[in-house]
Design a protein around this ligand. Structure first.
Ligand code: SAM
Length: 215
């Protein structure tokens, strides 16, 4: 395998045809950031057959597992799962190399690594500076979904998002109507583990608001 990461210098140069051969003219709209073993990704593909969902995972073995999983599912159920794919990348560094401004409609951060130490907080995948990047990549009205079983991390993510001028919290009434929300608890492998351990699951969803400098 190659330890170094390949990434295009600009989204124009990304060849998506190998990932989504059946959808040559479509763009990725949903990103599962740190997708792990891909449980949520597969669920998203089934729930939104007309949307391309991409899992982003930094670990070589884990990303290979997800690629194999998708390949097997496509063979088992011909015509299905063509709208999901996994890419090995560092999502904290290269997202703007893959996606255009405003391209994404939903970004998922399920059970991100907590990085408990104070000095490591800037390594968290939700941080003030990364939120500005996510705001750039999301369309107006696009959503960021976060789930964690770590209360301290939940508070941190909520604080970063509350303070960020480009995001507003989505109300409970709206979440009650969102078909994605029921999938957030148990479709990912980490979510299933937390269920087995009777852990808490803390959800926070935010909307990318209009850019005040766009008219
Ligand atoms: N979301 C999955 C789930 O709910 O089962 C996985 C959760 S796991 C605790 C966090 C995942 O994020 C790990 O698989 C890890 O390799 C991945 N990850 C951490 N930092 C990353 C980064 N910078 N880019 C892409 N993936 C990352």
């Amino acid at each position: 395998y190659r330890a170094e990461l390949d990434y295009p210098v600009h989204p124009d140069l990304m060849d998506w045809s190998k990932l989504y051969p059946e959808f040559p003219n479509k763009r990725v709209e949903f990103a599962d950031v740190g997708c792990g073993y891909g449980g949520l990704l597969v669920a998203l593909g089934e729930l939104f057959p007309d949307v391309l969902s991409l899992g982003l995972e930094i670990r070589v073995k884990v990303s290979q597992f997800v690629m194999e999983r998708i390949k097997a599912l496509r063979l088992q159920e011909p015509g299905k799962h063509q709208n999901v794919a996994c890419l090995r990348t560092n999502a904290m560094k290269y997202l703007p190399n893959f996606f255009y401004r405003g391209q994404l409609k939903k970004m998922f951060f399920l059970f991100p690594d907590p990085h408990f130490k104070e000095s490591k907080h800037e390594w968290r995948i939700i941080s003030r500076s990364l939120l500005s990047e996510y705001a750039y990549l999301l369309c107006e009205g696009g959503l960021v979904y976060t789930v964690t079983d770590v209360p301290d991390l939940n508070q941190w993510m909520v604080k970063c998002l509350d303070e960020h001028p480009m995001f507003e919290r989505v109300s409970q009434e709206e979440l009650d109507k969102d078909p994605v929300v029921p999938k957030l608890w148990d479709s990912s492998e980490e979510g299933q583990k937390v269920t087995r351990n009777d852990g808490p699951k803390l959800l926070a969803v935010y909307r990318r608001v209009a850019d005040p400098f766009d008219s």
